[in-house]
Design a protein around this ligand. Structure first.
Ligand code: ATP
Length: 337
């Protein structure tokens, strides 16, 4: 079976981009007979960018409830919280010790911070923590812990998967003595899954505060956010440039091809932006409303979610604990007798 692994950072409220780009395709993939899916809440990763404990705590609950409400079957999938698996930070340290500093110097997230600092004329490493700097190693540990074959990610993450491969190869080479501990993970870029734009047109992202919430705040919150999507100033009756409109991109991610073709024609023949936003909202609600009902009853029963996560952690550790023991032996951390 193919092992597929995906995580979502618990740094805020899950949004349409997380759903269309990660959660929904992951749930469909987990239903295939030859797939073993590992889906987790990346709460250690959340600490890198988010210093707000209440937000991290709330986000863990919201993201867990979102996965379950969207139809994830915890019997089928290994569904866990990163921080419930102590073997992950331990592996992360093992990997840190074989990772060249030069490799981390090239990581996009780190380089982007350095470039921004240079543009602002401050010290290159100003505000850069070791968490941000070495986060590709933690991500490698997430993947290698479960020997995932396939990691579906957005384009911005390709480099990190390549780094995970490099690190795995280095560890295999140093300690393997002919035996490979780690499978080399493959990137899986879903060509048909678009990166959804946020309210301001940049990538929709928890860290940009430009998101359309999925379930939180009820349908009103989703609708209110949709009404704030930035559009051009073309009036009702004027033809719209559907292909380049963020609103149409969002619609397409949720609708069938036939529905999208109809909507495009309506935009191109002068549908007003206000009506277009209402149509987007209604199309989204067809998909989201039943899930939101489940979400609301889940979020009101956090103890049920906690039980599911504890069971998921136990399942994950049935793999992680013995594997970590093998790796400890391999690096020389053995019992004396
Ligand atoms: P953060 O800002 O905390 O990094 P994020 O909202 O950008 O968060 P992540 O938690 O990093 O999202 O990503 C979780 C998954 O959601 C990833 O697989 C990512 O590709 C997907 N994803 C995130 N944003 C979008 C988007 N705008 N469009 C499509 N997919 C997205």
């Amino acid at each position: 079976n193919t092992r597929v692994l995906t995580g979502i950072t618990t740094s805020g409220t899950p949004h349409l981009g997380n759903f269309a780009g990660a959660i929904w395709p992951a749930i469909l993939s987990s239903r295939q007979p030859d797939v073993d899916a590992f889906y987790f809440m990346a709460d250690y990763h959340a600490l890198i960018k988010c210093g707000d404990p209440a937000r991290v705590a709330r986000s863990r609950l919201e993201i867990a409830a979102t996965w379950l409400a969207a139809g994830l079957d915890p019997e089928r999938v290994t569904f866990y919280r990163q921080s419930d698996i102590p073997e992950i930070p331990e592996l992360s340290w093992f990997l840190t010790c074989v990772t060249a500093k030069g490799l981390m110097n090239r990581a996009h997230a780190y380089k982007a911070s350095v470039d921004q600092n240079q543009a602002q004329g401050v010290e290159p490493d100003d505000g850069v923590t070791m968490g941000l700097y070495s986060y590709p190693v933690l991500m490698a540990a997430d993947i290698l812990m479960f020997n995932a074959h396939r990691v579906p990610v957005g384009r911005d993450q390709i480099q990190h998967i390549e780094m995970a491969r490099d690190i795995a190869q280095r560890f295999n080479h140093l300690y393997g003595a002919g035996q490979d501990f780690f499978v080399l993970p493959e990137v899986a870029i879903a060509e048909d899954v678009a990166t959804l734009p946020g309210l301001d047109g940049r990538k929709m992202s928890k860290s940009y505060n430009n998101t359309i919430p999925l379930f939180e705040g009820g349908a009103q919150a989703t609708r209110a956010a949709i009404m704030r999507i930035v559009t051009d100033s073309r009036q009702p009756g004027e033809p719209k440039d559907a292909e380049n409109s963020h609103l149409f991109m969002l619609y397409k991610a949720f609708a069938t091809e036939a529905e999208s073709a109809t909507f495009r024609r309506e935009l191109e023949t002068g549908l007003g932006w206000g009506d277009a936003k209402q149509a987007l909202f209604e199309r989204l609600e067809q998909t989201l409303a039943p899930m939101r009902e489940r979400y609301e009853s889940l979020i009101a029963a956090p103890e049920r979610i906690e039980d599911i996560l504890q069971a998921g952690a136990a399942k994950a550790r049935r793999i992680a604990t013995p594997f970590m023991q093998t790796l400890r032996e391999a690096v020389g951390l053995r019992r004396l007798a």
